[in-house]
Design a protein around this ligand. Structure first.
Ligand code: COA
Length: 340
């Protein structure tokens, strides 16, 4: 008699997952390089030359991430033509949740009306959108879920240290959401790869605000613990290597060469990182989508923000092969190859 476990596996009808809808949202407040010139010792020229960034959006004084997450989620549902009740799984990736308890996914569930969804947050920093895609895709592939929503939403300005000029200029706020649905194998998400190396957990971190150094202790605030800290040079080198390796891995998994890729949409960390990765991969700059000059580094929201803009501008067309990749605190890094 056959091993029942073996039969179970053989009986699984694996399907793929496709991005059926994409929505984004940016908060209204704008922070330019000139604005930074007023508060730190910097220049527009330095920021543009070292990062490529010119403008970021910041949440307002009474805003967390829920408003922009909901706005992005509603737009993704409308784009997909999917009713909120159809969503069975909502994964929200963020480094800056609305509050520690409950999850931001739970907070926005009733507002979005996704009443049939299991909702939770994940923490994978800038790789959060691809991590969420990879998780949701597994549930869709096994048939457990037919429609899922993933959201990357951040209010990094809340934790930017405006006394640290090398770090505070980099980050912006925003949200991006995707509705994922089952599709035929060979369509939608063709391959994903994801990695973590906690040995480097200290090179991008926010030491305070959690259980070790809670935010309700004055000494922790005075020591500037609940602020983003980064060793920029180390991050830069590791990021270039990790981006390159994970992109190669995902191309190999899908059996596709870089020449077949129509668009490379990387996490918008820094223009110089993106250019170095593009060169290493051997993809022409015209196929690399960059919008960081308008939004900065929005962590888990950055890939959907770039992707939505690419589609709206007509650059990204249905059927295009898109390579997306991300790198961030953890360290985490991930890539995915998707038929748009
Ligand atoms: N304006 C003006 N000067 C600045 C500055 C600013 N905003 N920030 C740093 N500097 C100065 C430094 O103080 C230093 O001055 P010094 O030589 O007198 O000491 C000089 O610029 C060079 O600093 P350095 O840190 O070597 O610059 P850099 O070329 O590495 O650029 C980053 C700094 C942060 C832009 C760069 O390291 C980077 O992008 N790293 C990756 C960050 C990232 O993407 N993180 C997120 C990953 S998800």
């Amino acid at each position: 008699m056959a091993d029942p476990k073996e039969n179970d596996v053989q009986d699984l009808k694996l399907v793929s997952a496709r991005i059926a809808g994409l929505g984004t949202a940016l908060p209204a407040r704008v922070m330019t390089n000139k604005d930074f010139e007023q508060i730190i010792d910097t220049t527009d020229e330095w920021i543009v030359q070292r990062t490529g960034m010119r403008v970021r959006h910041y949440v307002g004084p009474d805003q967390g991430i829920s408003e922009i997450a909901v706005e992005a989620g509603r737009r993704a549902l409308a784009d997909a033509g999917v009713a909120p009740e159809e969503v069975e799984l909502l994964i929200l990736a963020t480094a800056t949740p609305e509050q520690p308890i409950p999850s931001t996914a739970s907070i926005i569930q009733p507002i979005l009306g996704v009443k049939n969804a299991v909702c939770f947050d994940i923490a994978a920093a800038c790789s959060g959108f691809i991590y969420a895609l990879q998780i949701a895709r597994q549930f869709i592939a096994t048939g457990e879920v037919k429609t899922a929503m993933i959201i990357g939403a951040e209010a990094l300005s809340r934790y930017s240290d405006f006394t640290d000029r090398a770090t505070c200029v980099l980050f912006g706020d925003g949200a991006g959401a995707a509705v994922l649905q089952a599709c035929e194998p060979g369509d939608g998400v063709l391959a994903c790869a994801w990695h973590t190396d906690g040995n480097y957990s200290e090179i991008i971190q926010m030491p305070g605000g959690g259980s070790k150094y809670p935010p309700n202790v004055k000494e922790h605030i005075d020591a500037r613990l609940p602020f983003i800290k980064m060793r920029g040079n180390e991050v830069f080198k590791l990021a270039v290597r990790a981006f390159n390796e994970v992109c190669q891995e995902v191309l190999d998994r899908a059996g596709v060469s870089i020449d077949a890729v129509d668009w490379f949409i990387p996490h918008q960390a820094n223009q110089r990182i993106i250019s170095a990765v593009g060169d290493r991969l051997g993809i022409p700059a015209e196929k690399v989508y960059v919008n960081l000059e308008k939004v900065g580094n929005t962590s888990s929201a950055s890939i959907p923000l770039a992707m939505r803009e690419a589609a709206d501008s007509g650059a990204l067309k249905r059927g295009d092969l898109v390579l997306m990749a991300a790198f961030g605190g953890g360290l985490t890094w991930a890539a995915s190859l998707v038929r748009w």
